[in-house]
Design a binder for this molecule. Structure first.
Ligand SMILES: Nc1ncnc2c1ncn2[C@@H]1O[C@H](COP(=O)(O)OP(=O)(O)OP(=O)(O)O)[C@@H](O)[C@H]1O
Ligand SMILES: [Mg+2]
Length: 379
């Protein structure tokens, strides 16, 4: 569950409050702060770090250390490059990596690495993972990165295939090409399986495909857009919704936060209230197909576990209902399969089992092997 929105609209407040409410209802929740500014700890008035801290019996929180992640990401890249390009000693890797460290996009890639690590290691251990994110721009770039990276990888793979084909042609005429470094001779790969660069690309592709599959699956990912009833956050949310739709990332809910009520403002601020009502009406019209919650402006900023617990539970209710629906759908499929066991034909049963297996193991790669008539395989 990703809480996104313009700076200061209330992403941290809403995400932490939702995490507390879902944990209070018995779900095992991990709260992850992806925002380099790390306000989740401030909101909770607790000190969080890059190792998990228990907040309540069912809630743990972690702040992702992007600097450390970037270092790890660059070291990993350096190692891979050193191994793959040993024959290109003219390239000064140290200089190259310094340049990469400060190149645009590196923060987004490091954040994606963090996301991937969490999806790989933590998805199975928690019922819900809630991400408090950085203001819209950075977060949208991170969420759209898997789709964009897959396009890049496809192109790079094509180029690499062409290079390998050329190497293979040269081999046919001049024999196997060998390069020598520090007295060690190594053949120049011309086949995909022997080529470290190609293997690196294919490995990276499967990593990115995994994140992409999770982010674009509406049963697994939900985006909550937090905004205030003002013109700029509204416009930014519209743009964000378009970007999310383009990358097929499911926007499920909007929270209009800090809504002022008549009794809360002096008469001189009536125009502000009118403007707020106008924007709220337009938000409701534009996002008529989405669930929208309104949270009123509170005279006291909600800080600390108890105040955040008292902050709205509406998003938690919505997501709890959503989780229950998903669970029921999965149960139905299971029931369907057993009920039809004696009635349906083998092939129909198999198709149903296959669908049920796929829905139960959405996070796994499933390899299907066709049945064969070869009875010798029985042995
Ligand atoms: N409904 C509300 N009523 C009053 N104050 C609120 C409300 N929601 C949030 N706040 C306060 O507004 C400030 C900004 O909220 P918050 O930190 O949750 O926003 P954010 O979107 O996470 O900001 P950033 O983009 O800086 O991470 C905080 O001081 C918070 O306590
Ligand atoms: Mg925040």
């Amino acid at each position: 569950m990703f809480f996104i929105g313009k700076g200061g609209v209330g992403k941290t407040t809403c995400s932490v409050a939702t995490a507390i409410h879902l944990a209070d209802r018995g779900l095992k929740v991990l709260l992850v702060s992806l925002d380099p500014a790390h306000n989740a700890g401030d909101a909770l008035q607790l000190s969080l770090s890059d190792t998990k801290t228990a907040i309540t019996p069912n809630l743990e929180a972690i702040e992702i250390d992007l600097e450390q992640l970037m270092d790890r990401y660059l070291k990993r890249t350096a190692k891979a490059m050193k191994e793959s390009y040993r024959y290109l000693r003219v390239i000064n890797l140290e200089n190259l990596l310094d340049a990469v460290r400060y190149s645009p996009g590196i923060e987004e890639y490091a954040t994606l690495e963090a996301l991937n690590a969490i999806i790989t290691h933590d998805a199975e251990r928690y019922d819900t993972i809630i991400f408090d994110t950085a203001p819209t721009g950075l977060t949208l770039r991170v969420l759209s990165l898997p789709t964009i990276s897959l396009r890049w990888i496809e192109k790079l793979t094509e180029i690499r295939t062409r290079i390998l084909r050329l190497r293979s042609s040269v081999e046919h005429i001049h024999g196997k090409q060998v390069f020598e470094i520090d007295g060690i001779k190594e053949p120049l790969a011309s086949e995909e399986e022997d080529d470290k660069t190609m293997q690196e690309l294919l490995g990276y592709r499967s990593e990115i495909q995994q994140v992409h599959a999770v982010l674009t699956n509406p049963e697994m990912t939900s985006v909550v857009a937090v905004l205030n009833p003002e013109e700029m956050p509204f416009v930014e949310t519209q743009r964000a919704a378009e970007t999310l739709a383009k990358f097929r990332i499911p926007l499920k809910m909007l929270i209009i936060n800090k809504v002022l009520h008549t009794g809360q403002i002096p008469s001189g601020m009536t125009p502000k209230l009118e403007k707020q009502e106008d924007v709220t009406a337009r938000i409701r019209q534009t996002f008529s197909e989405h669930t929208i919650a309104e949270e009123h402006w509170r005279p006291e900023e909600p800080h600390g576990l108890e105040q955040l617990r008292q902050f709205s539970s509406t998003p938690a209710e919505f997501f709890q209902a959503l989780i229950a629906v998903n669970a029921r759908v999965n149960n139905l499929e299971q029931k369907d399969v057993s009920k039809d066991f004696s009635q349906t034909s083998q092939s129909c049963l198999r198709a149903k089992l296959y669908t049920a297996i796929k829905s139960l193991f959405t996070r796994k790669n499933i390899l299907t092997v066709q049945q064969t008539d070869d009875t010798s395989l029985d042995n």
